[in-house]
Design a binder for this molecule. Structure first.
Ligand code: FAD
Length: 564
């Protein structure tokens, strides 16, 4: 990395204490780093990130077996599902964060935290290069390098602007705690600006036009929060402009919440219509300026612009630069996301693991296994299965690969169930395996990755720590824990995601939930279920207490609208 070629002295901090790295002129005349390091007592695990995946890994890891070092630019864990509530003051920012050192101090063993950002991963030499965002250290620079035996990459993802002009400059994001705090201030700014003297009605309207780009769960939840905030508090404080407020949501797909069950998606659309939240579907934003947002209709290709006071960009995520650079190094540059195997190990990189939003499990292997199961069921090699055989095989697949269920249950299931009917819609007696293969390919394109959610990240962190906790035992006793699969031997069971359902708060004390077993629940009682689950999922009693007391304060006293 260019930043490191100039280093005069680097410091590495390892289990043995502070170890000096001094630069020497190598024989070849180039700049080399002379490494003078004590032999570590235990295997060194470096964890990048203190989000859902990293924290869940640290919470369950047995520190007595490893020397653990954690690197993250933020020294806290943030409960991201409550970020939309922070934007409107329903909960306070400090109520949803827990210092990582608090989490670490509950665990005995060797563990150190460095508030720094990893800039580069050098997998060939098992090193990472980091830079602290704090003041320069004693030797005059804020960069250091760490060596590892195992690296756990859990750096999450960053917002994806799809290179749309003006998005970085003029849009707000809702990814980090700071984003939520900025949004809270900016919403109030829009109201304060709109009531200043000397403005035309048109200007006041423009200032109070809040546009949300992206109709996924985050965009929908923020719109609902904002609507409640405006109607429960701000209209009373700014009565002169209360009729000029408008909230619009721009969605490129045909429906909002399209990863949810259709019943939830259409309930949300109807509720937004009743609440006066405008939903513009089939539109793609082409540029954003300080005053205007321009979009293209997918059907007519017409471009139109609307004035705005504030735009929130919530359209999806992309890889962070450090991960992109690492992907280039290991020959995954052509991929969209870093790919791991089913054990969360980065493909082609032994001892490097990636979990959470920054990685995806290669599903092609699962697809191959599924086809093998089908072929095995076709005992007479006729290329067809009876409907009963077909249903048994599908059941078998759903038990072995629960994540397939997630996608088969969605609209893509239609491709598979269609196979059970002929062109006239009558039930078939037999199912064609080739047809199933075709249907599976269409499902496959949707199956490339698990959803980028806290649920997946936390389960992956917990899974990986279990593997680490048994690593020593299984290597010293290979005949014991080693298991067999159809395709070979492996040390641990592969990671299997268990879906516990998902929520979408829709405002007005109503929420929608999609629960396991195709259960859909919508309404006020679901909102109470949401309160209880989110309170129980808090990472500590401290944050649980703070969040519950913020909710109670909001019920009794309302939200605080000061701009601080
Ligand atoms: P993160 O939680 O983003 O953590 C990444 C960590 O890496 C951070 O600590 C970061 O500081 C650190 N980091 C970044 N760069 C570096 C670097 N270069 N070096 C070292 N460390 C680095 N999911 C749900 O399941 N349910 C929900 O209701 C839900 N609601 C959400 C609402 C919002 C507003 C948002 C933004 C997300 C929501 N999600 C939800 C998604 C969920 O937050 C993510 O899927 C989850 O955070 C992913 O966990 P992670 O550990 O991979 O990444």
């Amino acid at each position: 990395h260019p930043a490191f070629s100039k280093l005069v002295v680097l410091f590495s901090l390892s289990s043995g204490g502070l170890v000096a790295y001094s630069e020497s002129q190598s024989d070849s005349g180039g700049h080399g780093v002379e490494i003078n390091q004590m032999e570590p007592k235990k295997k060194r695990v470096v964890v990048l990130g203190t989000g859902w995946a990293g924290t869940s890994f640290l919470k369950d890891l047995d520190f007595s077996s490893y020397d653990v070092q954690v690197v993250s630019p933020r020294n806290y864990f943030a409960f991201t599902p409550l970020l939309p509530s922070v934007t409107c003051g329903t909960v306070e920012a400090r109520s949803i964060v827990e210092p990582i050192r608090n989490i670490m101090k509950k665990r005995s063993g060797e563990i150190q935290f460095w508030e720094a950002e990893c800039l580069k991963i050098d997998a060939a030499n098992k090193k990472i290069f980091c830079r602290s965002n704090l003041n320069e250290n004693l030797v005059g620079n804020n960069e250091f390098l760490l060596e590892y035996d195992y690296l756990v990459i859990a750096v999450g993802a960053q917002v994806n602007t799809f290179n749309t002009p003006g998005v970085l400059e003029y849009c707000h994001f809702l990814k980090e705690v700071e984003d939520a705090q900025n949004l809270r201030r900016s919403v109030i700014d829009c109201f304060e600006k709109a009531v200043l003297p000397g403005l035309s009605e048109e200007e006041r309207r423009a200032n109070l036009h809040f546009v949300i780009v992206g109709g996924g769960p985050t965009g929908v939840e923020f719109s609902a929060e904002l609507h409640d905030y405006v109607h429960e508090e701000l209209v009373k404080l700014y009565p002169a402009v209360k009729d000029l407020v408008k909230i619009s949501m721009i969605q490129s797909g045909d429906h909002i919440l399209n990863s949810f069950d259709e019943r939830i998606s259409s309930f949300a659309e109807q509720k937004f219509q009743r609440d006066g939240i405008e939903v513009l579907t089939g539109c793609r934003v082409v540029s954003v300026s300080d005053k205007l947002i321009s979009m293209k209709m997918k059907s007519s290709k017409e471009v139109s612009s609307i004035p705005h006071g504030l735009v929130v960009w919530s359209t999806g995520i992309g890889s962070r630069p450090v991960v992109r650079d690492f992907m280039e190094q290991i020959g995954q540059g052509h991929r969209r996301v870093l790919v791991t195997d089913e054990w969360l190990q980065v493909k082609g990189c032994p001892n490097v693991y990636a979990l959470g939003d920054c990685a995806t499990i290669d599903q092609r292997k699962i697809m191959e296994d599924i086809l093998t199961i089908f072929k095995a069921a076709d005992k007479d090699n006729s290329g067809t299965l009876t409907v009963e055989e077909f249903q048994d095989v599908v059941q078998d697949i759903l038990i072995r690969y629960p994540q397939v269920d997630l996608y088969l249950k969605s609209k893509h299931l239609a491709h598979v169930t269609d196979l059970l009917k002929d062109s006239k819609g009558n039930d078939r007696n037999e199912v064609d395996i080739a047809g199933f293969k075709l249907a599976l390919c269409q499902v496959d394109s949707q199956m490339k990755s698990l959803p980028a959610t806290a649920q997946v990240a936390a389960q992956q962190g917990a899974y990986l720590s279990r593997c680490f906790n048994h690593m020593e035992q299984s290597s010293s006793n290979p005949e014991g824990p080693l298991r067999f699969t159809g395709s070979g031997r492996y040390q641990f069971r592969p990671f299997r995601y268990k879906h516990f359902g998902q929520f979408a708060p829709l405002g007005g004390e109503q929420a929608a939930a999609e629960l396991p077993g195709d259960w859909v629940s919508i309404g006020h009682s679901t909102q109470w279920l949401w309160y209880s689950i989110y309170a129980s999922k808090q990472v500590s009693w401290r944050t649980r207490y703070l969040v519950v007391s913020d909710w109670s304060r909001r019920f009794i006293l309302g939200r605080d609208s000061s701009r601080i």
